[in-house]
Structures are given as C-alpha cells and as structure tokens.
Design a protein around this ligand. Structure first.
Ligand code: TXA
Ligand code: MG
Length: 349
C-alpha cells in the first residue's frame, strides 16, 4: 500500500480534512500528539481497529486509548464519570493524562481488549485536536510504533516503522513531551498510576488532595491492571543496562569500568553510553549520546526515544544508560529507562 505523507507546519494545515475522511472511512492515520505519535482508527469500526493491532504486531489483549477533542464526547464512552475524574479533567485536559473509566456497553471490546473499562484522553496538540474535531468520532490510537520498538516522537520514526502499511502519516515534527501519557485509574481504593508520564504523581495529588499510588514496574504481575505492563517495551535492539545510584561519580566510574572490561574482552565492541549532559566528558567511549541535563527530567523525556532509536542506527552492540532521579517527571523517565533496559538494572552504592 502507498502511504501518503502529509507534512503539517505551523502555517500550513492543508490536508487534515482528507485525513479525517480517511479515518471516517475506516482507514488508518498516524498523527502527532503532545506525547508521542499515535496510530489512529475510529472506535466505531472493529475491522479498522483490528488492523491497528495487526499493523503494529500488538497482542490483542493490550487495550487502546480512545482520543476525544471535547468533553461532550466522554459520556458516549464512559458509563460513569465520578467527581474525582471531573476534577482531573478540569485540571489536566486537554493534555497528557489518560483516565480509565467504567465503559459503556456500546464501546467496542476490540478497543478495550475485553475489559469492562475504557481508557480516554484528550490530546492538547493542535494538529491532533483539529484532526479529532474534523473526524468527530473518538479515535482509538496506540503509539504509532511497531510493537516492542521505542515510541515515535518524530514523523520520521513513524515512516521508518509504518510506511507502506497504513493510509496516511501526518508529520508535524517533534513531539513536546516525548513520552506517553500518564495512565490513571480511579477504580481502586487509592488513585493508581498505571503508567507514569508528564502529569506527575505530585500534580495529581495536589488536585485530588489525597495520596496517589504508583504501580511498580519492577513487580511482575500475573494479572496486570494495564495489560501493556507485562510486555517488554521501548527497547532498542542491543542489550541495554541501566546504572543508577545516589552518588553520581560512582555511577560514572562504574560505567567506565564496564566499558573497559567489555572492551578488553571483545575489542571493537560498539559500546554506547547514554549519559547526562553534566557527565558527558567523563565517559571513556567513542559513542556518547546526550540525554539532557540530570536536573531537567522533562528534557530527558523529550529525547529518550529518539536516542534509543539512534542506538539502533549506530548498530550498537551494548548500551549503558545513566539513571536519573525519580522525582517529578523523573519517575516517568526512570520507568521508560527501566523498560528499555528490560529490567537489567545495576545499582551502585
Ligand atoms: O500518550 C499516549 O498515551 C499515546 C498517544 C498516541 O496518545 N498513546 C499510547 O498508547 O501510549 P499505547 O497503546 O501505546 O498505550 C496505552 C496504554 C497501555 O499500557 C494499555 O495497557 C493501557 O494504556 N490501557 C488502555 N486501556 C486500558 C484499560 N481499560 N485499563 C488499563 N489500562 C489500559
Ligand atoms: Mg505504546
């Protein structure tokens, strides 16, 4: 199939009505959001949504997020909108917060993977907003990457993964946040973050006035609340190791030690370090990529997936990633780094 690439700039939005037409006719369109690019299909077309799973190679038991452009669409999807949810919507929509609601019977079980809940979010990206407005049917959209690859944060990432497989890719450059939305459920005793994101635990607690819990990605769960949690995600091709610890100098020293010992064992090994700006000069390898400042986790979030994809382009043999503090947005970054490393975490004390 030929994939149309629609380039959208700040001043030229021509073609979005064609994109909406494709969606309404059951086609697949990848589009930018403020978090990552999404691969959209209207939630009223089961065949189109099944194609989304097929194109991505996504397991059918991992449900999709439904995207809306105005709150009036929510009652079509959610059977109940509790007062806490209303407060969160008021504070954070449009924006990178996905809320899990009890679903209406009419919502397709293809989208929800058979669950009796539905995940909904209202993106703030102006192109996503306009596309959703023109389509005017909620759009089911997972991240527009092949399953298991890092989420796409640039149009070119989507082209790399999905060109030839879908009707259209809308390229609007880089995504701001760079990591997927925060996923929150209110269906348990304390509000629970299933996937941390740019709307932080602290921000949610401030609005709700109560404790918000975070599900621990380190704990393997038999029956995950977010089914996506059981799959390896965001992974580059080469094995990756996350090296973390309170003492920054020790972390750097340990990474240099690992570089030296692996290099001595296998000369010519392509060893890549993803280090923070402050420490770049301290690393002893040819391939050093700049994660951003360790004091600015939002910057690291915006860069991380692009860097992980770049590791594949470099044909890295092994990747060492410097951990950052899990405060604020740092929690979401730490979660993605942990997953990129497939749980290979070395704690230096
Ligand atoms: O920022 C984002 O959320 C991006 C953009 C495109 O909006 N979308 C995204 O979708 O990251 P995806 O499919 O890659 O991740 C959706 C996550 C998965 O972890 C899935 O398991 C969880 O949301 N999810 C969806 N429906 C759920 C439900 N009913 N209950 C619990 N978790 C759910
Ligand atoms: Mg995804």
């Amino acid at each position: 199939m030929e994939t149309r690439i629609l380039t959208v700039t700040d001043t030229c939005w021509n073609g979005l009505s064609e994109a909406a037409r494709i969606l309404r006719n059951g086609g697949l369109v990848a589009f930018p959001t403020e978090t990552v690019y999404g691969l959209g299909a209207v939630c009223t077309d089961d065949d189109a949504m099944r194609r989304v799973f097929a194109v991505k190679g996504r397991p059918g038991d991992n449900p999709l997020i439904l995207h809306i452009w105005r709150v009036e669409q929510l009652p079509e999807l959610a059977a109940e909108i509790c007062p806490k949810a209303l407060r969160l919507i008021e504070a954070f929509w449009p924006g990178p917060l996905t809320i899990i609601f009890p679903k209406r019977p009419s919502v397709s079980t293809v989208a929800t993977a058979g669950l009796d809940t539905v995940a909904v979010r209202m993106p703030s990206h102006p192109v996503a907003h306009e596309l959703l407005r023109l389509t005017d049917i909620p759009v089911a959209a997972p991240s527009a990457n092949l399953s298991g690859k890092p989420s796409p944060t640039k149009g070119s990432h989507v082209v790399d993964d999905l060109a030839g497989k879908i009707e259209m890719i809308i390229d609007a450059g880089s995504c701001n946040a760079g990591i997927e939305s925060t996923v929150l459920t209110l269906a348990v005793k304390h509000p629970l973050i299933l996937r941390p994101g740019s709307v932080t635990r602290e921000m949610l607690q401030e609005v709700l006035g109560e404790m918000v819990e975070v599900s621990n990605p380190a704990v393997p769960c038999e029956r995950p609340q977010a089914p996506g949690m059981k799959y390896r995600h965001y992974a580059p091709q080469a094995p990756a190791f996350l090296i973390e610890g309170a003492d920054n100098r020790k972390v750097v020293a340990h990474i240099n030690h690992l570089l030296a010992s692996a290099g001595a064992e296998k000369p010519g090994l392509r060893q890549v370090v993803l280090g923070t700006t402050e420490n770049l000069k301290a690393y002893d390898t040819e391939f050093i990529l700049d994660l951003g400042s360790r004091h600015d986790p939002a910057m690291v979030a915006a860069r991380i997936y692009d860097l992980l994809r770049f590791c594949d382009q470099l044909a890295a043999d092994i990747i060492y990633i410097e951990g950052i503090s899990a405060q604020g947005v740092g929690l979401a970054v730490a979660n993605r780094l942990y997953k990129a490393a497939g749980g290979n975490v070395i704690h230096v004390s």
